[in-house]
Design a protein around this ligand. Sequence first.
Ligand SMILES: Cc1cc2nc3c(=O)[nH]c(=O)nc-3n(C[C@H](O)[C@H](O)[C@H](O)COP(=O)(O)O)c2cc1C
Length: 369
Amino acid sequence: MKILALSGSLRAASINSAVLRVVRELAPASIEVRLFTTLGDLPLYNPDLESAPPPVAQLLRDEVASADALLIASPEYAHGVTGTIKNALDWLVAFEGFVNKPVAVLNATPRAHHADAALRETLITMSAKLIEAASIALPLPSANISEAELLAAPELVSLLGGVLTQIECAVNQSPAMKPYLDSSLYIDTQHPAIVAQAAKLAVGCADEEEIAKRCFEFVRDEIKHSWDYRMNPVTCTASEVLIHGTGYCYAKSHLLAALLRANGIPAGLCYQRLTIDGDQPPHCLHGLNAVYLQQYGWYRIDARGNKPGVNADFCPPLERLAFPITNPLEQDLPGIRAEPLPAVIRALTENQTVEQVYQNLPDIAVSDQ
Ligand SMILES: Cc1cc2nc3c(=O)[nH]c(=O)nc-3n(C[C@H](O)[C@H](O)[C@H](O)COP(=O)(O)O)c2cc1C
């Protein structure tokens, strides 16, 4: 696997360039980290030169095209990204080989959050696949620290080792997993509010299991179940659920899937067919999630929100669902879906209030499955 590393600083003693050299030093034999050291030779981007880019711009494009992932470390200048990194990205805006490229962003100056946010926004706008789990702020003791000192700091070495692992995971996701990582109309992973919340939840996490647990607990505990709390509006897309802080089980499962996917963790939707009240029909669908954890495979989780008698939890490989199936009239619908069932979308978009949704809870004929 090849990672192309870009530093947004031209300073000889740049801490960002030093961090990237340390990453190269730490990379195992299976990962080649190539530093592109001539960003300073790029002329200012001019769209008139698109058809015949100057040699150094062509070299950058060739290196990007042949890389499996990009790793960017760049300082903040006057609350913005540096001209160096912005100019390099401008040369890649119209370049097909950049689209869908997995990219991780390191922030070597955690207080410099303006440039970090602006860089992420630019990358997402350029259709890069931001690897959230590998995009971290580094707790450096000072900006004047040598490469040898960086390599001698165990916490930093462990964080940068984790960055390499997360990039490798993101690159090696099998094509079969792609639908479970995609952004879509209802699981709108690339919405800025989702991207920001996903990044916030991943801060300080040691591995994907910890990130997944935090995402689960956030949706279970911080997002109110619309019927438990009789809380409007009726939400459907992941970003609506996050922004309004409420959703039915189905909508909450869209948010959890989006937060997990934004962190590069494959996530899908599962359904159960439950009786609405007691041991007899009528039935309704219940929405929950499955998350793919490297260590355990697919693992079902239910973030609808706990209440007396409902105690869902995240404790892989043990499954702790809100409604374990014990009644022969109820069932787990087979399969893990990348997108919501149409009946669920109808219920959440054609009803105006949470009371109306409750009167028209979605169901599915068993033969339709
Ligand atoms: C022209 C200039 C503007 C800067 N503006 C900011 C800023 O707005 N916010 C900030 O946190 N640091 C700012 N800094 C500090 C740099 O981000 C910091 O020195 C960083 O370590 C430089 O990265 P480098 O060592 O990779 O060159 C600025 C530095 C320079 C030279």
